[in-house]
Design a protein around this ligand. Structure first.
Ligand SMILES: Cc1cc2nc3c(=O)[nH]c(=O)nc-3n(C[C@H](O)[C@H](O)[C@H](O)COP(=O)(O)O)c2cc1C
Length: 394
């Protein structure tokens, strides 16, 4: 029986449905962090220790959440974060999430590591499309990818700079989870226990075009990944030689809006803007890369101070409530990205589920603004916040 997304009242509700549907290996690939999952927990703690000191007796009857992010207009200060392999959670899942974002009037960011090609998403989803770039060791191959991004009509490029090497996610190895996802002796029973997912997602891909692959990857990389032996660790080519000169070169090649994703240090924020970035995305990759990384919400104030309004500062990692968006805005972010939230939605109920996830965040933000005496986003500022230091050290 299919799930009615209106029965979900929170992002946590959607996550619970997704947990039932997905094989454990795939669920954990999305849900979990890395190593001891300290960054994952810190991302939530960072938000939870911030309280709001609301203002009352303000006429909040006409509220607006319309804004811009990196110079691009959006119906609310939220964009969908790039998430590789999102299409594995639901058949053509990337198209479904992009359509949901378009319906809400917010940008959707497609990952380099998507299951659906950038051309298909552009042709079938519409809306405001941004593209996330992982630079490969062979720069020329990356430049060819950028040419495809331009030709497909994406309006902004987010270059991810926080993944110099592959993260240490032991659970993927234990679960036999690899990308592209294959069924092997380690995950066979796990998949068999989740027939809804197998029949409505994996089998549909198999019947249409074979094992779902990373469609933006050039042929030589895709073949390498497919030849991986069963159980062998995910090894996508990443560039540990990526440096500031690469960012300058990207700036020359990409004339549209350029964002740098994965900045946590104010010095790096400054360098990114000196290289011509239009926005900085303060992110620890949702706690999935460096486990001892600071929570972006904690890193935000120093970066906002250093950037001093010269470019937009955006944030992701740990956003699960509209109130988290409010807190990030109060600390100076221009907008936030949600990664896992729309993934849980699309798993639970396809496009409608993804829409529900984003709409829950919209409703919650709107309500917090009304409660806090903020009819518009420009009324949200740091004076409304109070920091609960007692829970910070728990
Ligand atoms: C399953 C999954 C895949 C991801 N893949 C990418 C990716 O391909 N490129 C990227 O820059 N970030 C990727 N991220 C990180 C997100 O863009 C974002 O930084 C993170 O999910 C934000 O945290 P949240 O999930 O708590 O909202 C991925 C995150 C998840 C959960």
């Amino acid at each position: 029986m299919s799930f009615n997304p209106q029965d979900a009242y929170t992002i946590a509700d959607l996550r619970a449905v997704a947990k039932d549907i997905l094989p454990k290996g795939l669920f954990e690939f999305v849900d979990r962090g890395t190593e001891d999952e300290l960054a994952l927990k810190r991302n939530r703690k960072g938000f939870e220790r911030i309280c709001v000191r609301p203002k009352v007796l303000v006429d909040v009857s006409k509220r607006s959440i319309q804004t811009t992010m990196a110079g691009q207009s959006t119906s609310m200060p939220l964009a969908v974060a790039p998430t590789g392999a999102a299409g594995l959670l639901s058949f053509d899942g990337e198209i479904s999430i992009a359509r949901a974002a378009a319906k809400l009037g917010i940008p959707f960011t497609l990952s380099t590591a998507s299951i659906t090609s950038m051309e298909r998403v552009a042709a079938e989803a519409g809306g405001r499309l941004w593209f996330q770039l992982y630079m490969w060791p062979d720069r020329e191959v990356s430049y060819q990818l950028i040419d495809r991004v331009k030709a497909a009509g994406y309006e902004a490029l987010l270059v991810t700079v926080d993944t110099a090497v592959s993260p240490n996610r032991e659970y993927n190895r234990r679960n036999g989870f690899t990308l592209p996802m294959q069924i092997n002796s380690k995950n066979m029973f796990d998949v068999a226990r989740h027939p809804t997912w197998f029949l409505s997602v994996f089998l549909k891909y198999l019947l249409r075009s074979g094992i779902p692959a990373l469609e933006n990857y050039p042929d030589q990389y895709r073949q390498k990944l497919m030849q991986r032996k069963p159980g062998q660790q995910v090894s996508l080519p990443k560039s540990d030689s990526l440096n500031w000169d690469d960012l300058k070169e990207l700036r020359k090649r990409w004339k549209g809006s350029l964002m740098v994703k994965g900045v946590l240090h104010p010095d790096d924020a400054q360098r990114a803007l000196e290289c011509g970035a239009d926005a900085i995305v303060v992110s620890n990759h949702g706690g999935r890369n460096l486990d001892i990384a600071i929570a972006p919400i904690d890193a935000l104030p120093a970066i906002v101070e250093r950037v001093n309004g010269r470019v937009d500062v955006l944030l992701d990692s740990g956003v699960r409530r509209g109130s988290d968006i409010f807190k990030a805005l109060a600390l100076g972010a221009k907008g936030v990205f949600a990664g896992r939230a729309p993934l849980w939605g699309v798993t639970a109920a396809g496009e409608e589920g993804a829409f529900r996830a984003l709409d829950i965040l919209r409703e919650e933000l709107d309500r917090v603004m009304a409660f806090s005496g903020c009819p518009s986003l420009s009324d949200i500022d740091r004076s409304l916040l109070w920091f609960d230091h007692s829970s910070a050290s728990e």
